[in-house]
Design a protein around this ligand. Sequence first.
Ligand SMILES: [Zn+2]
Length: 258
Amino acid sequence: MTVTFFDWQRATFPPGVAPYNTLSPNLIAVRHELETRHGGTRLGGYSVRPVRNGTDPSSHGFGAAINHRIEPRERLLQAVDWLIANHVRLGIQAIHDYVGCRIWHANRYPGKPMEAWWRPQRPNPANGMGQSWATYLHIETDRLNWSNNVPVHLRDLVNPLPPPVEPKPTVLFDPAKGVWGLYPLNKNKLTIREVTKPVTWDVTARFVNGAVTGLAKTQFTFADFELPKPRVASVLSVDDEIRLEYEFRLVPASGDRR
Ligand SMILES: [Zn+2]
C-alpha cells in the first residue's frame, strides 16, 4: 500500500472551491490523534493564500494541510516517526520539517525505506526553512484520503509507536548511598537492590491550574524484594509491610494547548 502524492499547488482546479473549501476531514482526524499522542499547538488549517514567499496556491487553500507546533525537538521527531510509520493509514503525503530544513514526500524514493524519503531544503528566513524559531510541521494529506473521516484509532495502524506516557515514580534503594529514591526509570516497576518487581501504585490525582497534583501509594513486603528484615538492636520487631507514599506535582513543560 502506498500513498499517491497529489501536487495541490499544481491542481487544475482553484483553491477554496467545494468540496475543498474547508479543512480536510482526514486532517481533522489525524490532528486529533496527533494531539492526543504528541501534544503541540495548532497553527493553521484551511486558508486560501499563496505559499509563503511565493505565488503558487498553498495546499492550505484546499484544506489539505495543517501546521502544528511541537516542542521540544525530541518530541517533534517522535511525532514525525509516528506520522511516517503510519502515513498510509493516516493518508499523509508530505511533512515539512522547518527546523530540520527538509521535506518528506510519500514514495519519493520507492527503492529506499520510507524513513529516507526526505529531501534537504535551502534555508530561507522568509518561509521558515532552517530557522530555529520554526518549531512546527506542515502536514499534508493526499487527494484520495482528503475526505476520509474515520477516526484514526479505528484505522488499525500498521506500526503504532506507543503513546508518550507520564513518567510514573520508581522507588530505588541505592546501596551505595544507603538511601531510597524516586526515579522515573521503569514505569510501574519498583527496583530495590537490583530486584525489580511490578508494583501497583494507588494514585489519586487532580487538575489544578493546569498542573496535576496527587498522591501515589504502594505497599510491599521485604520478602517481595528478597530483602533481609532489618535487625536493629533497639527494635524488637519490624513490621513486614513497607508502605511508600509519593506526593507529586506535574506541570506541563511548555506553552498552552488549544
Ligand atoms: Zn503549512
